[in-house]
Design a protein around this ligand. Structure first.
Ligand code: 1PR
Length: 523
């Protein structure tokens, strides 16, 4: 029996699913006693440090936790569950951590995108029971803006390189904690988790395979989901957002099955976009929540869900906040939510008033679940202009002139699935959303969507240069070379595709095989 400490701030469902997939049963903590009498305790911290410590205090979990840690029974802290062990975090300097491991939690002060999101390796500093069966070259999933700095080097189990060498896991007796998410790290992560659960007697040394670890570029499979004319949720795919063929919604497969297939084929992440979410209310859309629940049972890579994340008043007059909608998605197995239409309206409001209002969906979700949980998806269309001085938007000079020979263009944001263009450009939207707390940009391009013509490199470069959060390049992938191009000609951290995977034109494995000796990827 594994005891799991859930303080209610995020997706612990996937940790439970991962443990159960390894044949163990999970008891979720409902009171301090459960912690005190646990045999093996897993603490998956999610969200923001200050919020986590506040809830642990309110629930009177601090004393039992310290007593458990002091007893040296097996403990596995994940992500914030690692950070909680330290004295305090720069994320909330006035709030005390558990102080079990001397040291602090620092924000990354590096030139690279922060959060550090994606698959990176480990430098193995000590032998450990956790390492049985690992080769040393595996990559694991990270998502964090803060890292621990241990005062005692003796507790450092692994480090990872990302702009600096940071401590990625610690071990002190039977207390182990790691910044990686084993439950989101595919087979390698499950192996590590299994090693903790089975608690083998022998410790294992892992040989270092490279001098420094490197963050991999991610390949993301995207599933646009909506109801077809029979009312079933299906994966569909548009050409420049038109998902109908001969009047019917294109049906390219069943969401749970396709997600599982992409996981098995090596997708580094899966994104679901509930593409009619802007007009339906997701919390009434139980099938979508069920899709997440079922998918997270056997897909152990990060899941993002977008569509309909906004404040909503139902037909009985009950108001739901975007935070509640997001909470529903997180509880059902999502790791990140993606905000589309509402982000545009939020940014417009910000630009009108010149300041954040503190209550927007981006700010509220980031405050509770952390910036890394908030993706903003941008749906822009290219607008050509003759004279850049006559446009108040971020204009670029293009190598692909417009129909009238125009040499300049800007990218107009749209809402409601591309139906409505707004007076806001994609570069400004990305910058405002970063300021408000978004952790990642999903950069779609309606002009390229479903065309197989390749990614719009000019758009991606313009946005990536304007923000310091990771950018996911999307739309237009038609051959393996397009992925290589987007990773070498732009700063995109990941590339997302839909049509070529759904139509089985190019399997994810072929993309990865092509990239293997050219860019850093997870094999
Ligand atoms: O506005 O917060 O409710 O979110 C709705 C979400 O649904 C947005 O993220 C929006 O991008 C998405 N969406 C709305 N309508 C459509 C549509 O296709 N009619 N799909 C839509 C967006 C685009 C990509 C696609 C890539 C790659 N789909 O996700 O997967 O372009 O395609 P490709 O590789 O085949 O070229 P809200």
């Amino acid at each position: 029996m594994i005891t799991l400490l859930d303080y209610g701030a995020g997706n612990v469902r996937s940790v439970i699913n991962a443990i159960e997939s390894l044949g163990e049963t999970v008891k979720v903590v409902t009171g301090g006693e459960d912690i005190l009498f646990a045999e093996k305790l897993v603490f998956p911290g999610v969200g923001a440090f200050g919020n986590m410590m506040r809830i642990l205090r309110e629930k009177n979990y601090i004393e039992p936790l310290l007593a458990y840690l002091g007893s040296d029974r097996p403990f596995l802290g994940i992500c914030l569950g690692l950070q909680a062990l330290f004295d305090y975090s720069e994320e909330a300097p006035d709030i005390k951590g558990l102080g079990f491991i001397p040291g602090v939690v620092k924000r990354f002060a590096i030139d690279l995108s922060v959060p550090h999101i994606g698959w990176n390796g480990l430098n193995y500093k000590q032998p450990s029971r956790l390492f049985a069966g690992l080769q040393g070259s595996e990559k694991f999933y990270f998502v964090h803006s803060y890292h621990v700095a241990a005062a005692d080097p003796g507790v450092i189990l692994t480090t990872t390189d990302y702009g600096c060498e940071f401590v990625s896991s610690i071990q002190k007796g039977n207390i182990m904690a790691s910044q990686i998410h084993p439950e989101k790290s595919g087979r390698a992560g499950l192996r590590l988790l299994q090693n903790f659960l089975k608690h083998p007697a022998e410790t294992v040394s892992v040989l270092q395979t490279s001098r420094k670890t490197t963050l991999a570029k991610r390949i993301i499979a995207c599933l646009d989901v909506r109801s077809n004319d029979q009312g079933d949720l299906v994966v569909t795919k548009g050409d420049q957002y038109d998902v109908r063929e001969d009047g019917h919604v294109r049906n390219l497969g069943q969401p749970v099955e396709l997600a599982r297939r992409y996981y098995q084929e090596g997708a580094d992440e899966i994104t679901f976009l509930n593409i009619t979410g802007f007009r339906d209310f997701p919390l009434e859309d139980m099938p979508m929540l069920e899709i997440l629940r079922q998918t997270s049972r056997n897909v152990f890579v990060p899941l993002t869900i977008g569509g309909g994340i906004r404040d909503y008043t139902d037909k009985d007059g009950r108001r739901y906040s975007a935070l509640e909608v997001a909470a529903g998605y997180f509880r059902s197995g999502a790791d990140k939510v993606s905000i589309g239409s509402d982000a545009v309206l939020i940014a417009e409001d910000y630009l009108k008033t010149g300041r954040p209002n503190g209550r927007s969906a981006i700010e509220e979700i980031a405050r509770v679940y952390g910036n890394q949980a908030v993706v903003v998806s941008i749906d822009p269309r290219r607008v050509y202009v003759r004279d850049p001085a006559k446009v108040k938007h971020a204009v670029i000079e293009t190598t692909r002139p417009g129909p009238g020979g125009e040499r300049y263009c800007w990218y107009q944001c749209t809402i409601k699935g591309g139906r409505e263009g707004r007076e806001l450009d994609a570069v400004t939207l990305a910058q405002v959303c970063e300021k408000l707390g978004a952790g990642e940009i999903l950069l779609i391009c309606i002009d390229r969507d479903g065309t197989n013509l390749g990614f719009d490199l000019e758009l991606i470069n313009a946005v990536a240069a304007a923000v310091s959060i990771p950018v996911i390049a999307s739309s237009g992938a038609g051959k393996v070379e397009h992925f290589h191009e987007v990773f070498t000609a732009t700063e995109a951290e990941s590339a997302l595709a839909a049509g070529i995977f759904h139509r089985r034109e190019i399997p994810i494995g072929d993309v990865k095989n092509f990239l293997a000796d050219k860019v850093e990827i997870r094999c």
